[in-house]
Design a binder for this molecule. Structure first.
Ligand code: ATP
Ligand code: MG
Length: 255
């Protein structure tokens, strides 16, 4: 892990202590101790079924660990619901974006804005419940202004991922956790997609965790890599070091 040598260590933005969880006989989390500092861009790598999504689901409150503790920005969130955790400043995007497919891009972002401000009214149209400038701005940030009127069902996968992230950004997160933001996106479009995502996050000083299978993307965008193997973190550190790790090379990268 980076930095913190001579001075007292900064309080981690996110910390987990001894997280465990099994599904039947499958150990999906095997005592995960983890710390993330503000400003890091962490790539999570690991083979299919290694427990990456399970880790994200526990941290974001979607599933509870069997044991262990999760601390976010100094607050114990282990028993909190996803909604409470979001309001503390943790955003999330999904491996499969959960969009309302019949809505337009603009209405989707507007819904995220009203959900934040809780100003949705049955008696006023959605467009009157939110500031159009805020919706416009978020769409600009993720470079989707030209798609504002499109129905979500018509969006290619890359734009679905971006919209999912845009909706999370509405809540001004301190930390954004993205589960495979480039999966399902054509290889030659992944870098442009990640450029847009990372620029949007950096402009807003949002710390990031992203799950990624593409080694080039990991090396280009991560400041740190954590490799998951069978529910545990097998290696964690600077990208070059983790990618050169023997166990990571054989089990995760298949080299
Ligand atoms: N709700 C569930 N019920 C039963 N088993 C589950 C459940 N969620 C995950 N698992 C199992 O736990 C293990 C870890 O799954 P997880 O989805 O966390 O892996 P992953 O690293 O995200 O994989 P992928 O790269 O395929 O997304 C797998 O063996 C999976 O089948
Ligand atoms: Mg997964």
């Amino acid at each position: 892990m980076t930095a913190i040598t001579t001075q007292a260590a900064a309080t981690p933005l996110l910390q987990t202590q001894g997280l465990t969880l099994s599904f039947g006989g499958v150990v999906a989390a095997d005592g995960i101790n983890f710390e993330l500092q503000t400003g890091e861009r962490l790539a999570v790598i690991g083979a299919n079924g290694a427990g990456k999504t399970t880790f994200i689901n526990m941290v974001t409150g979607y599933i509870k660990p069997a044991s262990g503790k999760i601390i976010f920005a100094g607050t114990d969130i282990t028993q909190m619901q996803p909604r409470q955790i979001v309001h503390l400043g943790m955003g999330r995007s999904f491996q499969l974006p959960q969009l309302f497919l019949e809505h337009t891009v603009r209405d989707s972002v507007a819904l995220a804005v009203v959900a934040r401000s809780r100003r949705l009214s049955l008696f006023r149209p959605l467009s009157k419940c939110v500031a159009a400038e805020e919706v416009d701005h978020i769409l600009e940030v993720v470079r989707m202004s030209a798609r504002a009127g499109d129905v979500c069902a018509s969006l290619p996968e890359g734009h679905r991922k971006l919209l999912d992230i845009a909706m999370a950004l509405v809540l001004n997160p301190k930390l954004m956790i993205m589960d495979e933001p480039t999966s399902g996106v054509a290889a030659d479009e992944k870098h442009a997609l990640m450029d847009t995502i990372m620029k949007a996050l950096q402009e807003r000083q949002v710390t990031a965790i992203f799950v990624e299978h593409d080694v080039d993307i990991v090396q280009k965008y991560a400041t740190r890599v954590a490799a998951w193997i069978a529910g545990r973190i097998a290696a964690d550190g600077p990208p070059a070091v983790v990618m050169a790790n023997e166990e990571v090379r054989s089990v995760v990268l298949g080299q």
